[in-house]
Ligand binder design. Structure first.
Ligand code: NAD
Ligand code: ZN
Length: 361
């Protein structure tokens, strides 16, 4: 058993409590990882607010990390102690029909198929002050050590800087993949991205990499525009600067609406606005933001031909194979995801990180 520090969420709507936890050794088919760096994704904020389904408190959140294998359980063959890895919030068992389908990434062994907040054998490896602590998405990266199933571990290049590539565990892969895999953005096309956080800015990078000729970035925080432009946005607009609904503004700017729209915020109104912003016939709208309520739309929006899709961790990445490839592309400087990093804090200041997120910084 390792004693180390972790950030525990004891109850919804409370700051994280940074304290000593015990992390049990990996059982058969599991890997214990020393987490070196973790990002903060807005989904972790949904966890803290208690608005994400199937989360049970107390829980150790975090799902955008990178680290080094510390030890392996019986039967683990694909990684060994010392390997650099990214734990995967969507695993790849390699055997289920979704893993074998090139168009899919949502492995059937994931916690989306069988929602739960323990490891697959329905036990926890974390205790704190004598209480069992739940896992989050099987990877709980807000801990110095975490235990995950082998099929939720991607081995990456030994040269990868873990404090930079941790973003590939969620935000970057999600946004970039939403453009490349889910929307399949075509060269010369027009795109609109609602929300310019880590995820939305990664969508901008994906649209640019796919050769889109016009990339319209939409956010109510104009401080996000400089970075969006640096990453490839051609136009940046703030819905609050217009009297008309933003979908009408975008339709006016493009004639008939964009070819691809993306919602990377997680609000009902912007989901509907994004859908209505893509052209009525061939437009494709990708829902990336996490929404915790139901949504109702005018069916005419779809009847005319639009496609409305969702994406998890960037569509058809096969996580154990594709995320290491993305890391290699990063090392070959094919894109600069470092620009997404705004602050680097010591782990003890994790709550300050959430304050920066809330402040739009
Ligand atoms: P973030 O908080 O960093 O960014 C959100 C951005 O939206 C901010 O720039 C904010 O100013 C902007 N915004 C807020 N309200 C707006 C409005 N009304 N109009 C326009 N812009 C507005 O968040 P993030 O970490 O980039 O995550 C974005 C969303 O994606 C969250 O809902 C998160 O849960 C979700 N997410 C989904 C997946 C997935 O696999 N589908 C993965 C990661 C994150
Ligand atoms: Zn995330």
């Amino acid at each position: 058993v390792i004693r180390c520090t972790a950030a525990v969420a004891w109850a919804p709507n409370k700051p994280l409590s940074v304290e000593e936890v015990e992390v049990a050794p990996p059982k058969a088919g599991e890997v214990r990882i020393k987490i070196v760096a973790t990002g903060i994704c807005h989904t972790d904020d949904h966890v803290l607010k208690g608005s994400l389904p199937h989360v049970e408190f107390p829980v150790i959140p975090g799902h955008e990390g990178a680290g080094i294998v510390e030890s392996i359980g019986e039967g683990v063959t694909s990684v060994k102690p010392g390997d650099k890895v990214i734990p995967l919030c969507i695993p790849e068992c390699g055997e289920c029909s979704f893993c074998q389908n090139p168009e899919s990434n949502c492995c059937q062994k994931s916690h989306f198929s069988e929602p739960q907040n323990l490891l697959p054998d329905k036990t926890s490896r974390f205790t704190c002050r004598g209480k069992q602590i739940h896992h989050f998405l099987w990877i709980s990266t807000f801990a110095e050590y975490t235990v995950v199933p082998e099929y939720a571990v991607a081995k990456i290049d030994a040269a990868a800087p873990l404090d930079k590539v941790c973003l590939f565990g969620c935000g970057f892969s999600t946004g970039y993949g939403a453009a490349i895999n889910t929307a399949k953005v075509k060269p010369g096309s027009t795109c609109a991205i609602f929300g310019l956080g880590g995820v939305g800015l990664s969508v901008v990078m994906g649209c640019k990499a796919a050769g889109a000729s016009r990339i319209i970035a939409v956010d109510i925080n104009k401080d996000k525009f400089a970075k969006a432009k640096e990453l490839g946005a051609t136009d940046c607009i703030n819905p609050r600067d217009f009297k008309k609904p933003i979908q009408e503004v975008l339709t006016g700017m493009t004639g008939q609406g964009v070819d691809y729209s993306f919602e990377a915020i997680g609000l009902t109104d912007t989901m509907i606005a994004a859908l209505a912003s893509c052209n009525m016939n061939t437009g494709i709208c990708v829902m990336v933001g996490v929404l915790d309520s139901e949504i109702s739309i005018d069916p005419m929006l779809l009847l005319t031909g639009r496609t409305w899709k969702g994406t998890m961790l960037g569509g058809s990445w096969k996580a154990r194979k594709s995320i290491p490839k993305l890391v290699s592309s990063y090392l070959e400087q094919k894109f600069n995801s470092d620009l997404l990093i705004t602050h680097t804090l010591p782990f003890a200041k994790v709550n300050e990180g959430f304050e920066l997120l809330h402040a739009g910084k």
